[in-house]
Design a protein around this ligand. Structure first.
Ligand code: THU
Length: 163
């Protein structure tokens, strides 16, 4: 028996002002996209903005439903939109922000487990990492080099292959 260790590094910025011009733009778009969320049940509005390998930008926001489990997170709305508009093109960077009923938030929140699995599928499908930028409407920003890092011991299409 031996112990295995898992860890990963990500970047931490004090505010959006410290980001590169491109990353700052994308995070500001994600913050703006919280306004197009449809979240009458949770009042938790999530906005996402993705930049694709062809330079195009795609937005996403959470879309809830009176039948609660039918609702979709902003990240998966964005991935579905991006892959429908540009089926051959990977998302390279994805910025996510959110706010609650009070309209503000000052710390990053991470994608939920289902979205992590969805992001991983996109990375696997295109063999291309997705950089994740997360932040509230203000305050610290985390930049995670690839979504896969958020899912240790992940399950992928490789695991479906029969030896
Ligand atoms: N939500 C997202 O859009 N992304 C996440 O990663 C976490 C949760 C949404 C789902 C639901 O509409 C609301 O936030 C509260 O959970």
């Amino acid at each position: 028996m031996h112990h295995q260790h898992y860890s990963f590094e990500f970047e931490v910025y004090d505010s959006v002002d410290q980001l590169s011009t491109e990353d700052r733009h994308l995070l500001l778009e994600a913050r703006k996209a919280t306004a197009i969320a449809y979240a009458p049940y949770s009042d938790f509005k999530v906005g996402a903005a993705g930049r694709l390998a062809n330079g195009k930008e795609v937005l996403g926001s959470n879309q809830e439903n009176a039948s609660y489990p039918v609702g979709i997170c902003a990240e998966r709305v964005l991935l579905a939109a991006a892959s429908s508009l540009y089926p051959e093109v990977p998302v390279k960077t994805l910025a996510i922000s959110y706010h609650n009923l009070n309209g503000n938030s000052d710390r990053p929140v991470s994608p939920c487990g289902m979205c992590r699995q969805s992001l991983l599928e996109h990375e696997t499908r295109f063999k291309s990492p997705i950089r994740i930028i997360i932040s509230g409407m203000e305050g610290k920003v985390y930049v995670i080099p690839e979504a896969k890092m958020l899912l240790p011991l992940c399950f992928t299409n490789e695991d479906l292959k029969i030896n």
